[in-house]
Design a protein. Structure first.
Length: 431
């Protein structure tokens, strides 16, 4: 069951000593005493802090360590064991012991000299930390989905704009060769008039068995010493520790993530919206069906089929029975997936424009380049918010078992007060 936390119960990012002293509820009203970060100069180093040191966070950090002109100086995680592993990797890379560990992101954001953040926490913290980074003057490479909830996504977009910060979402397929070729082929009118738009994202739940079910009762409410559960779960509210949630399985519970549906909307659906020039708007109607399965604790959708209709009548179909992005037109079809680009006639794949760039920078390098130039990244905040909102609207349609009528300009539900109250369309943070 999805829980909506009262808007005054989420902690703002403040120093750790205050966090421990005041408690979660009081923090929502506390000021944010930032030492604002400074943008990197055109020729200076990008000095980076890492918030979220799990698998994706460590992977992203490794990519940044290997970019010339980037220095990672601090890491942060509510799991002290994960933070220690990240520090060890940084120290080994630089052959020193200088990397600083922080238990709370508010403290890391005050580390002297930091001007960029690699953010890879679970979904439910994306918005709060992202906004705190923007207000602290930091540029951000943040993981997808953009945010857990739709309204908080808009808050994050506006915070980045207000503070003139650079944002790159980790939807790295936008920088991948086959996906860029797909986009170029479509834009070069390879298919003629396109009649069908399809995306396939994964089904099921890849659950890691942290603890057997028979041990759950004795472990619930008793987090391990290395995990600050109070901070971890703060945006969700009064949610007892469960041994199956951390470090991977949080994504299968709708209080923390959105399952495969929301995990992957930022990849294959994002590619479709980007290709069609629809990544600054949204559908006017969302409808579909889905099944959640029979797991005793996790409630993510394991099978689904949904369709978003845009104002011009185009319908983007998303299903969990195949993978990738496929467009069909009067001349045939083209299908792209990771490591694969195919067409009904292979000759179509030669129809690239003369100015197609075969060697763009990596997704990580693109972010660093834009930190220096102050230009938009290949995956900026607005487009990432719109991709996430497509999945968030789908969850509302699946949960309520009725179509969602949507105004993509005001980002409001039309004609359904009950749907408008759905947690996915709200925000669990204040700014």
């Amino acid at each position: 069951m999805i829980r909506l936390t009262p808007m005054n119960s989420l902690p703002t990012a403040i120093p750790r000593r205050k966090f421990l002293a005041t408690g979660v509820a009081a923090l929502a009203l506390a000021p944010m005493p930032w030492l604002r970060g400074q943008s990197a100069s055109p020729n200076g180093d990008v000095v980076m802090g890492v918030i979220g040191c799990g698998g994706q966070g460590i992977g992203n950090m490794g990519n940044f360590l290997n970019i010339k002109g980037v220095r990672v100086v601090a890491v942060c995680d509510v799991d002290s064991a994960q933070a220690a592993k990240a520090k060890a990797k940084v120290d080994a890379f630089y052959k020193n012991e200088d990397c600083k560990i922080y238990a709370h992101h508010g403290d890391l954001l005050q580390h002297p000299g930091i001007n960029a953040i690699s953010l890879a926490t679970p979904d439910h913290w994306h918005a709060r930390i992202g906004i705190d980074c923007a207000n602290a003057g930091m540029d951000v490479y943040g993981e997808k989905p953009f945010t857990w909830g739709l309204a908080e996504g808009r808050l994050l977009v506006e915070a980045m704009k207000k503070n003139k910060r650079v944002w790159q979402t980790g939807c790295w397929q936008r920088s991948g060769g086959e996906f860029r070729r797909f986009k170029a082929l479509i834009e070069n009118n390879t298919l003629g008039k396109i009649t069908r738009f399809e995306c396939g994202t994964p089904s099921g739940m890849s659950i890691k068995k942290h603890a057997p079910a028979e041990k759950w009762p004795e472990m619930i409410g008793k987090p391990p010493a290395n995990l600050d559960w109070k901070t971890y779960s703060a945006p969700v509210g009064d949610f007892p520790y469960h041994p199956m949630i951390h470090p991977w399985n949080w994504r299968w519970h709708h209080s923390f993530g959105g399952g495969q549906l929301l995990d992957w909307v930022g990849h294959h659906v994002d590619i479709a919206l980007w290709t069609l020039g629809l990544d600054a708007t949204g559908p006017v109607k969302m409808e579909g069906t889905g099944e959640k399965g029979d797991h005793p604790f996790f409630d993510a959708y394991v099978e689904y089929s949904y369709q978003g209709t845009f104002a011009d009548g185009r319908v983007l179909e998303v299903r969990s029975d195949f993978g990738g992005t496929k467009f069909t037109g009067e001349k045939g079809w083209i299908h792209v997936n990771r490591g694969k680009l195919e067409a009904s006639d292979r000759e179509m794949l030669r129809n690239l424009p003369d100015d197609f760039n075969t060697k763009p920078p990596s997704h990580y390098q693109n972010f660093i380049d834009c930190v220096h130039s102050r230009e938009l990244t290949v995956a900026p905040a607005e487009s990432s918010h719109r991709a996430a909102s497509f999945g968030q609207l789908a969850i509302v349609a699946l949960d309520t078992k009725q179509p969602v009528k949507w105004d993509p300009k005001t980002e409001k539900v039309l004609d359904s007060p009950d749907q408008a109250k759905h947690p996915r369309l709200g925000s669990r943070i204040t700014v």
